[in-house]
Ligand binder design. Structure first.
Ligand SMILES: NC(=O)c1ccc[n+]([C@@H]2O[C@H](COP(=O)([O-])OP(=O)(O)OC[C@H]3O[C@@H](n4cnc5c(N)ncnc54)[C@H](O)[C@@H]3O)[C@@H](O)[C@H]2O)c1
Length: 477
């Protein structure tokens, strides 16, 4: 195989610069999903030949037939249509085809958790074991996935080195991290504006990563002393958000009972220079925030006395995980006011992605709301413009909001995609729906009441005609 006969090229930043200039630098992106595919496209656009490697065969065949799979990422299709026909990007599901020929291997693999909050690194571990036999000597491995501090040093490095003496980190291959921080729905914008953190197990590797990423992304590259510090920064930014959202979610429940509108409070509070607003909602989902908090808790639990640390993060998780149940409480409170709690109920869930304007239901609060409602024998209808016609949470997603609201007892606006943000209270009432629960502050409570709806909103105490009902905001976490 090519990688066995190739001499050990210990490259330095200068050599890399020359290779980049002459188009002789090759990259393999392992995992071409939400983050990996835009990454591969960005590298290809900068003149680097990229191979995307993924185990998802249907994704590979979609891309091979030029059927671009990531339409909710603005700008990506255009790059794809420019680089793919020119052969700057190729895709495969065969590691032996992709890895040995790469000067740099980027790992953009999923790092999910199980139902108990235990992080799972199986994809990274399995690819690290493949790298052990396939990685070309002299190449550099960059972990872009979000991992716990010390994971790269104590798990990835030994797995890539394996039992044989072929590979030795920092001697004949480099290992570093460049944690991804882009936001779904605006990934290319973020690639072009957010600073990137670079950490590595040795100085030469850090320089190479900086050289290559500097060639691709016009952003500041922030050098970290090591991999663990870079990963700690990545987790810190997301745990900060998770904890702050938990804080406003708890305020939201309190304010509902006090007849205060949390939106008015936050709008006024953010005029103070050192207040950074976060917004309440149906909970916190997606592949990052909830997982990242559990990763931080997990790393703490593995050090002596660490399980007593980060109590605030644990409490924040509990507060955010309680929100779907609170939304169901709000819904039943509204149904009681409308006199609709008897008999079979049908409820429409509007917007099921975990955040607006993206197609992604990973750990979305809507899933837990659906589960809680079904446990009460409620019939569920779903509309989400990003899933029209698909099956989500066991229901066929309708073709429009108006269609699925026809004849329902209540609707819950879980995630306000742009199309749903402009829903008018009058139109909701005219569909026959009597109760609206707004989880995202998108519907004007006064307009809803004027239209004849019973209104409940997360944190919208002033909108409720009966704030403080017995089980409204019963915080059981
Ligand atoms: N999505 C985000 O918002 C976001 C933002 C920043 C960072 N991240 C981090 O980036 C990483 C990737 O996340 P994502 O959202 O792109 O995940 P994703 O699930 O969209 O993509 C991961 C891809 O890896 C592939 N894959 C899984 N196992 C594989 C294997 N053994 N070999 C080859 N391919 C394999 C999957 O088929 C999938 O296409 C995660 O660590 C995540 O935490 C995600």
């Amino acid at each position: 195989m090519e990688h066995e006969t190739r001499p050990t090229p210990i490259l330095y930043a200068n050599d890399i610069r020359a290779r980049l200039r002459t188009g002789r630098f090759r990259v393999c992106v392992v995992g071409i999903g939400r983050i990996g595919l835009p990454t591969a496209l960005s590298f290809a656009r900068s003149g680097i030949k990229v191979t995307g490697l993924d185990i998802n065969e249907s994704l590979i065949s979609k891309i091979r037939s030029s059927d671009f799979p990531l339409d909710d990422e603005p700008g990506c299709r255009d790059i794809f249509e420019s680089v793919y026909p020119r052969g700057m990007l190729s895709v495969t599901d065969d590691p032996a085809e992709a890895i040995p020929n790469a000067d740099m291997v980027l790992l953009s693999l999923p790092t999910p958790m199980d139902a108990f909050g235990n992080p799972h690194y199986t994809a990274l571990e399995s690819v690290a074991s493949q790298l052990n036999s396939l990685l070309a000597l002299g190449s550099v491995v960059v972990v872009e996935s979000t991992v716990e501090p010390n994971f790269v040093e104590s798990e990835m490095a030994p797995l890539i080195e394996g039992d044989s003496s072929r590979l030795k980190v920092s001697e004949n291959f480099g290992l570093g991290v460049c944690p991804e921080t882009a936001n779904p729905g605006q990934i290319l914008d973020d690639f072009g504006s957010l600073p990137r953190l670079v950490g590595a197990m040795d100085e030469r590797t850090a320089e190479i990563i900086s050289e290559v990423y500097g060639h691709v992304f016009p952003v500041e590259l922030v050098r970290m002393p090591d991999c663990r510090t870079a990963n700690a920064v990545k987790l810190t930014t997301n745990v900060f958000r998770d904890v702050n959202i938990a804080f406003v979610n708890e305020l939201a429940i309190l304010f509902e009972r006090l007849g205060i509108d949390v939106n008015i409070v936050l709008e006024a509070a953010k005029r103070k220079y050192n207040f950074e607003p976060h917004y309440p909602g149906a909970g916190v989902g997606g592949p990052c925030l909830p997982v990242n908090s559990y990763q931080m808790l997990n790393v703490a639990s593995r050090i002596a006395g660490g399980s007593s640390l980060l109590g605030m993060v644990r409490a924040g998780r509990r507060a955010n995980e309680f929100m779907p149940s609170h939304v169901v409480d709000l819904l039943y409170d509204g149904l009681r006011e409308a006199g609709s709690t008897d008999g079979a109920l049908t409820v429409a869930l509007l917007g099921v992605s975990y955040k607006p304007n993206v197609r992604d239901v990973q750990l979305a609060p809507s899933g837990e709301i659906a589960r809680l409602l079904r446990s009460r024998n409620v019939d569920i209808k779903i509309y989400d413009p990003h899933y029209a016609g698909d099956m989500v949470f066991g229901a066929r997603v309708g073709g429009s909001a108006a269609e699925i609201m026809r004849g329902v007892d209540a609707a819950v606006l879980v995630t306000a995609h742009d199309e749903l943000r402009v829903l008018e209270a009058r139109a909701i009432r005219e569909s026959g729906c009597r109760v609206i629960v707004d989880c995202c502050g998108a519907i004007d409570p006064a307009a809803a009441v004027t239209a004849g709806l019973v209104y409940r909103g997360v944190g919208r105490g002033a909108g409720s005609t009966d704030a403080g009902g017995d089980d409204v905001g019963a915080h059981s976490s």
